[in-house]
Design a protein around this ligand. Structure first.
Ligand code: ADP
Length: 373
C-alpha cells in the first residue's frame, strides 16, 4: 500500500536526480512517485483533494516524460546551463509544485495505545487551540513548534496527521531535502513560500519528517545556507500573529533527536518535545486488533500470546507481521489451494522470520535522551 512517506521519498529522489541533470536516474523515481500519488488519490474520500492529488501525479508524469526527451537529446549531465537556469526560474516561481497539502483523515482513536502521549498532545496542542479564551486566561501558549521523537515506525507521522485532523487544519508535508532543494528555489525563498502558503490557511500544521537533516553533517558549501534555514523557520513561527481561532503549528519528527541543532530545542522554539515510544503490551494488543483482527482468523489465533511474542516490535512492525501473515494463506489459495483462515502458526512463523526493527542499543539511546531532555 502506498504511504505518504514512500511518495515523498520517491519524489525527493526523483527531484534530486533531476536537479543533478541525471535524467535516466530521475525518470523511474518520478514515475513511481506518480503511481504512489495515484494510489493515495484513489484512497482519498475527499473529492476536491483527490482531484488535486491526481493533478499532482500528472505533473510528475509530465516531468518523467520530460526526462525521456532530455535523456534522448544528450548524455546525462550534458544539460545546457541556460535550460537549467530557466527551469529553476519556472519551478522556483510556483509553490504548488512542491508544497503538498492534505486534509488527513486519521483520528486519535485510530492510534493504538500511547495514551500518555495522546494526553500530552491534547494538553499542549489540541486544548489550547480548541479553547483559546481559557488558554489566554491561564497563560497557556498556543501554537508554535513541537518535536515528536522516537524510534522509527512508532506512529509519529500518524500523530502529526491526527493532530491536523483533530484541529481540522490543513497539513503541509515538507522534507528538509525539499527546503534545501535548489531545484525548487533558494532555501530562504522556499521557507518563506511554505510559511506564506500555511499562513493563508485559517489553520495549518506544517509537518517535517527527519527534521534533523536541516543540520549540516559535514562542513560543506550548503552548510551556511542550512545554518540560516533553522533560525528562519523559528523566526517565522515566532512572528506568527496568533489571533483567536487561527492556528499555525510546526511539527518536526525525528528518529535521531541527538543529531538536532541545539538552537532548535531552546525554550520558545521546538520546546514541546514529545517522546513516542515503542508500543507497550496493551498497545500491541490493540495493534493486532486493528491490523489482524479484520482478516479471516482461525480459532487458535491468540492475541495475548502474540503480544508476548512481539515485545520490542514497533507499530509498523506489527502491521507488517499482520500483512505477511495474511499473504501465506492468500498465496496458497492463489496457487489453487482451498482458501483457509490465518492460523496462529502463520503469524508465529512470520514473527520468527521478522525480528523487531529497533535494536536494544538504539532503544537505550532514546530512553537516555528522553530522560535528559
Ligand atoms: P513514524 O513516523 O514514527 O516512523 P509512522 O507513523 O509512519 O511511524 O508509522 C508507520 C505505520 O505504522 C503507520 O502508517 C501505521 O499504519 C502503523 N502504526 C505505527 N504505530 C501505530 C499505532 N500506535 N497505532 C496504529 N498504527 C500504527
Amino acid at each position: 500500500m502506498a504511504t505518504f512517506g514512500t511518495f515523498l521519498r520517491l519524489k525527493d529522489k526523483g527531484l534530486a536526480a533531476l536537479r543533478a541533470g541525471d535524467y535516466v536516474a530521475a525518470r523511474p523515481y518520478l514515475i513511481q512517485a506518480a503511481e504512489c500519488m495515484i494510489e493515495l488519490a484513489e484512497a482519498n474520500r475527499d473529492p476536491a483533494r483527490r482531484a488535486e492529488q491526481e493533478a499532482y501525479a500528472k505533473e510528475l508524469l509530465d516531468l518523467a516524460r520530460d526526462c525521456d526527451r532530455r535523456a534522448a537529446a544528450g548524455a546525462p549531465g550534458a544539460r545546457p546551463r541556460g535550460a537549467r537556469a530557466r527551469d529553476e526560474e519556472e519551478s522556483g516561481a510556483r509553490a504548488e509544485d512542491w508544497i503538498v497539502r492534505e486534509k488527513p483523515n486519521v483520528r486519535f482513536d485510530d492510534i493504538a495505545g500511547l495514551d500518555e502521549v495522546k494526553e500530552e498532545i491534547r494538553l499542549k496542542m489540541l486544548y489550547p487551540f480548541q479553547h483559546p479564551e481559557l488558554a489566554q486566561r491561564y497563560g497557556i501558549s498556543v501554537g508554535g513548534g513541537v518535536l515528536l521523537y522516537g524510534p522509527p515506525g512508532t506512529g509519529k507521522t500518524m500523530f502529526a496527521k491526527a493532530i491536523a485532523c483533530e484541529l481540522d487544519a490543513t497539513m503541509f508535508v515538507i522534507s528538509p531535502a525539499q527546503i534545501m532543494s535548489k531545484w525548487v528555489g533558494e532555501a530562504e525563498q522556499n521557507v518563506k513560500k511554505l510559511f506564506d502558503a500555511a499562513k493563508a490557511e485559517p489553520k495549518a500544521v506544517i509537518f517535517m519528517d527527519e527534521v534533523e537533516a536541516l543540520v549540516p553533517r559535514r562542513r560543506e558549501s550548503q552548510s551556511t545556507v542550512m545554518t540560516r534555514v533553522v533560525p528562519q523557520i523559528l523566526q517565522e513561527l515566532e512572528g506568527f500573529d496568533r489571533k483567536a481561532g487561527r492556528a499555525l503549528m510546526f511539527l518536526g519528527a525525528t528518529n535521531e533527536p541527538w543529531s538536532l541543532d541545539p538552537a532548535m530545542l531552546r525554550p520558545g522554539r521546538l520546546d514541546a518535545k514529545i517522546y513516542v515510544p515503542l508500543p507497550d503490551a496493551a498497545a500491541r494488543f490493540k495493534l493486532f486488533e486493528i491490523y489482524l483482527g479484520k482478516r479471516p482468523l482461525a480459532d487458535d489465533v491468540d492475541f495475548a500470546k502474540l503480544v508476548e511474542a512481539t515485545e520490542g516490535y514497533s507499530g509498523a512492525d506489527i502491521k507488517a507481521v499482520a500483512e505477511r501473515s495474511a499473504q501465506r494463506p492468500f498465496l496458497e489459495s492463489v496457487a489453487g489451494g482451498e482458501p483457509r483462515n490465518i492460523t496462529m502458526a502463520d503469524v508465529l512463523a512470520v514473527i520468527a522470520e521478522q525480528p523487531p526493527s529497533v535494536n536494544r542499543r538504539d532503544l537505550a539511546r532514546f530512553e537516555q535522551w528522553a530522560a535528559a531532555n
